[in-house]
Structure formats: structure tokens, C-alpha cells
Design a protein around this ligand. Structure first.
Ligand SMILES: [Zn+2]
Ligand SMILES: [Zn+2]
Length: 267
């Protein structure tokens, strides 16, 4: 089965150090999978920050932009290609950099993938915080990001359940805050395909504390938020090999509203 949505705005490239394949192969596989629109949103390359194996170096940014711009023209008759980054919100530290990128005519979008936070000039994982500080910190960072107006949508908003031990009042309260912010800022939430691809058995359990987390998406359904599907491709074949049947059935089972139209705002 194909993705019933004609777009995917979540694709990485080998520059991040944990994805493979040539940029052109991602485009070819996206076309083969029937997509009309795609975005390259590699892990954001940050001035002054080096995280080998997690994100590309800042010095690679212009070459990344040039490659996507070249593909955009070469394949313009077959697929619409957008240029962007998947980026964390680090308070106002990189806000100027992000806004400057958005002002470039060739740069289209940021998606919010809040994997880590910045403190004392270094990036840290939320799971490295004391247990009781993890969720409040994630919620604070995520809500600030959503209010910034920088991002097109929230990638794997339910990533935080991995840092908790059970689904409880606390995880539910975070889900409610995210759902309310999604509606307030008209920012869709992403059903992410990474875990069902990488760890299908664990990720498809009805009580999984992984994303997509069934209990999280029940809350989203109550609030009627807009939902998108993110392939989160880390190899070209992810476009064709992802279990779209599962993710679509998941959306239907939870009564989620899949956004048929690409949410990327025209510049
Ligand atoms: Zn990645
Ligand atoms: Zn991510």
C-alpha cells in the first residue's frame, strides 16, 4: 500500500552520519512510491556545534542546500522537492540562524524534532536528566518552539514517552498540552514511521512506550488535531518499504484526522 498522503516532509541524508544513500536515490524512491511532494529535512547543522554520527557539520550546509536545489530542478516535472532541516528548539541561541535560513528564497521549512536540549554550550539528552525533570523540560522546550512560528509541524511529538516508565497522569498531561498547542498554532503532529520500521514487534504493542504511542494519539484524537505521516527516511528504500498499512490502520483505529493537503506554508 502507498501512503494515502501525497507528501512526506521528513527525509534525512548521509550527511547526518546515520543515514545512507545518495540524495538522488531518495528522490527516485519517493517518485516510485507515488509521492507528489517531498522535503529533505536533515538533522540541522549548527554553527559551533559538532555531533558526529548525529548531525552533519555546519561546514556541509551549503553543499547540502546546493544538492537539494539541483535535484529540485532536475526532477521538477516528477516531484516537488522542498529544502529544510529537522531542528530542535534551543531557546533563542540559534533562533537568529533559523530565521535567517527561512528568509533565504531556497529554504522552505523546519520541522520540530526535539531530541535534545542545549545547556552550557553543549547538547544533552533528556534521558540524562533526573527522572522527574525530563517531561517538564521537554514540555517547556516543545511549547516554546511551537509558539515561535518557525516550524511547519512537530515530528514524533510523543518521543517523550520513552523517557518515562509508564503511561500515567503526567504523560497524559503533556499530551494534552501538546494537543492544545497544535490547535492553537495550527501546527500538525506527526505519526512517525521509524520505530515501526526498526522495531516492529515492540513498537506495535498496544501499550508501547514508544512512538507512535497509542495512548498519546488517543489524546490527540480527543482534541481533533491535524495529523501528518512522517516517513523519517534514513535510507532511500524507506520510501517504498515502510508499513503504510499499519500506520494508516493506526490512524483509523484512533480516529485521527490525516491532513490530505501538504501543510507547508507557501512563502
Ligand atoms: Zn536521524
Ligand atoms: Zn527525529
Amino acid at each position: 500500500m502507498r501512503n494515502p498522503l501525497p507528501y512526506n516532509l521528513h527525509s534525512h541524508t548521509s550527511r547526518c552520519g546515520h543515514a545512507v544513500g545518495e540524495d538522488v536515490e531518495y528522490v527516485q524512491k519517493a517518485i516510485q512510491a507515488g509521492y507528489e511532494e517531498m522535503a529533505f529535512t536533515d538533522h540541522v547543522m549548527l554553527p559551533g556545534i559538532s555531533q558526529p554520527g548525529i548531525r552533519g557539520e555546519y561546514s556541509q550546509a551549503e553543499e547540502y542546500f546546493a544538492s537539494v536545489n539541483d535535484l529540485r530542478i532536475r526532477y521538477q516535472d516528477q516531484i516537488k522537492i522542498h529544502l529544510g532541516f529537522e531542528a530542535e528548539w534551543y531557546g533563542d541561541v540559534f533562533e537568529g540562524y533559523y530565521r535567517k535560513l527561512l528568509s533565504r528564497p531556497d529554504f522552505d521549512l523546519f520541522i520540530l524534532g526535539q531530541h535534545c536540549y542545549l545547556e552550557d554550550g553543549k547538547l544533552h539528552w533528556y534521558a540524562s536528566l533526573p527522572f522527574e525533570e525530563r517531561l517538564p523540560r521537554y514540555q517547556k522546550d516543545l511549547l516554546e518552539a511551537m509558539a515561535s512560528g518557525i516550524y511547519t509541524y512537530v515530528a514524533h511529538p510523543d518521543i517523550y514517552v520513552k523517557w518515562h516508565e509508564s503511561w500515567d497522569e503526567e504523560t497524559r498531561a503533556v499530551a494534552e498540552q501538546i494537543a492544545m498547542a497544535s490547535n492553537k498554532y495550527h501546527m500538525p503532529l506527526e505519526l512517525n514511521c521509524v520505530q515501526i520500521r526498526s522495531y516492529p514487534e515492540a513498537a506495535k504493542k498496544p501499550d508501547t512506550l514508544n512512538y507512535p504511542c497509542p495512548m498519546f494519539w488517543d489524546v490527540v484524537a480527543l482534541y481533533g488535531c491535524d495529523v501528518v505521516i512522517g516517513v523519517d527516511a534514513h535510507r532511500p528504500e524507506h520510501y517504498t518499504d515502510t508499513d503504510y498499512d499499519y500506520i494508516v490502520a493506526f490512524a483509523e483505529r484512533h480516529g485521527l484526522r490525516l491532513l490530505k493537503e501538504c501543510p507547508l506554508k507557501k512563502k
